[in-house]
Write a protein that binds this ligand. Structure first.
Ligand code: DHB
Ligand code: MG
Length: 222
């Protein structure tokens, strides 16, 4: 019997990545650069990057908004998936991360499809109001602002826009009513918003694997 424990979750994740995602020099170079820059390894797992790309392709999204670029790992997945003529606008608060992501996206051969806006998303997003709606929005930034980002995702989207919200499990902390951690409170608030706000129809899945015990919420703008 294989026990359910973090080490075995990682082993299963490695098997799934090897079997379904495979070796990817551009993505691996991005992760290497992220590590060399001493950034936390908080990018999505390979299987989740592939999920993002499949969601883009299944929904036919051509205009994607990403909130939280880091070194451009998920951005690369999204940019590949939108195809030629597709566009990704990604928002990153840290100028050094944005510069690193720019190098990584160019090296991956998808730089021309990606615009990076540097600044806090809560300040950058209002400037996008009135532009062509986004088809898919991936929210993966500071969890404290999740409800602000969901609100903007709805405003900048249209009926049918897909929303993906990362990190909804937080090692189970989302059921800890006494948590005083702002990222947990922000995540719980976002999940309640997805349940209560009539602009969204949503679900969420827990995940285990390379990134521990966490999860992802999926929504459509009604
Ligand atoms: C954290 C943020 C993330 O986006 C993630 O995927 C994992 C962890 C964090 O801030 O702790
Ligand atoms: Mg994340």
């Amino acid at each position: 019997m294989v026990e359910s424990n973090p080490q075995n979750w990682r082993a299963v994740d490695a098997f799934l990545s090897d079997t379904l995602v495979g070796h990817d020099p551009a993505l691996e170079a991005t992760l290497q650069s992220q590590q060399e820059a001493h950034l936390s390894p908080i990018e999505v797992a390979p299987v989740s990057g592939k999920l993002l790309s499949l969601l883009v392709r299944i929904s036919g999204a051509r205009r994607v908004l990403e909130i939280g670029t880091l070194a451009g790992y998920s951005t690369t997945w999204l940019a590949r998936a939108v195809g030629e003529g597709g566009r990704v606008l990604t928002v990153e608060a840290e100028p050094d991360n944005a510069a690193l992501a720019r190098r990584n996206l160019d090296a991956a051969g998808v730089g021309e499809r990606v615009e990076i806006r540097v600044g806090r998303a809560a300040e950058v997003l209002p400037a996008l109001d009135g532009t062509e709606p986004f088809d898919l929005v991936f929210i993966d930034a500071d969890k404290e602002s999740n409800t602000i980002y969901l609100d903007w995702a709805a405003r900048l989207g249209r009926a049918g826009t897909v929303i993906v919200l990362d990190n909804i499990g937080r090692e189970g902390e989302i059921v800890n009513d006494d948590s005083t951690e702002s990222n947990v409170i922000g995540t719980r608030d976002a999940l309640r918003m997805l349940g209560e706000d009539s602009r969204f129809d949503a679900t969420a899945l827990q995940t285990v694997g390379l990134k521990g015990w966490d999860g992802v919420a999926l929504a459509v703008v009604v």
